[in-house]
Write a protein that binds this ligand. Structure first.
Ligand code: IMP
Length: 178
């Protein structure tokens, strides 16, 4: 692994494919234990989580469902600010054990605005799995129940994460050279 270029920026190796894979296996094992007999519904948030969600889901061996949603934000009224809606969420969450799959939690804004909408549907439980978290970037604290890696407040690409549309198909995770 060496320095790569995505658009106009340089990125250096940060997490190898085998480090990512090892964490995913550990997370799946934990989920197998915690959700045995509960038939959880995994909700993967597109676009960034598609590779992580697929790899994690393959390692989960209990009965489980998965669906994929996209979050769209639009400007609401002045008092409500940004409003986030979920596209593709057509499963009833009532009394389900829901597990959100997110690629990265940065400021926490996206999830902090979206989670109340899910709670509204009264799931039996609602937990969050995030591959990456930047603790020092937190503005809206989010309880991350299952975490892959805590990372510094640096921009990263690869393994589903993009820089302006590119970089999602890189097998490892790279961080911006500053
Ligand atoms: P938050 O609402 O600030 O937590 O941001 C979450 C979203 O911002 C993620 O789902 C990503 O799409 C994007 N994001 C945040 N940090 C990065 C990064 O380092 N690389 C690529 N995308 C990022």
């Amino acid at each position: 692994m060496s320095i790569i270029r995505v658009h106009d920026k340089q990125f250096e190796p940060y997490l190898t494919a085998s480090e990512i894979n090892a964490r995913i296996q550990a997370l799946a094992k934990q989920l197998d234990t915690d959700y045995a007999g509960k038939k959880p519904l995994f909700i993967a948030i597109l676009n960034g989580s598609f590779i992580f969600a697929a790899d994690l889901f393959k390692e989960v061996s209990i009965d489980a469902e998965i669906c994929f949603i996209k979050l769209a934000s639009y400007k609401g009224t002045k008092s409500s600010g940004q409003v986030i809606t979920a596209i593709g969420l057509d499963t009833d969450l009532y009394d389900r054990h829901v597990v959100i799959l997110e690629d990265i939690v940065d400021t926490g804004k996206t999830l902090s605005e979206f989670l109340p909408q899910l709670h509204h549907q009264q799931p039996a439980s609602l937990k969050i799995v995030a591959l990456l978290h930047k603790p020092s970037a937190t503005v809206f604290p989010i309880p991350i129940d299952y975490l892959g890696f805590a990372i510094p407040n640096k921009f990263v690409v690869g393994y589903g994460l993009d820089y302006d549309g590119l970089g999602r198909n890189i097998r490892e995770i790279y961080k911006l050279v500053e």
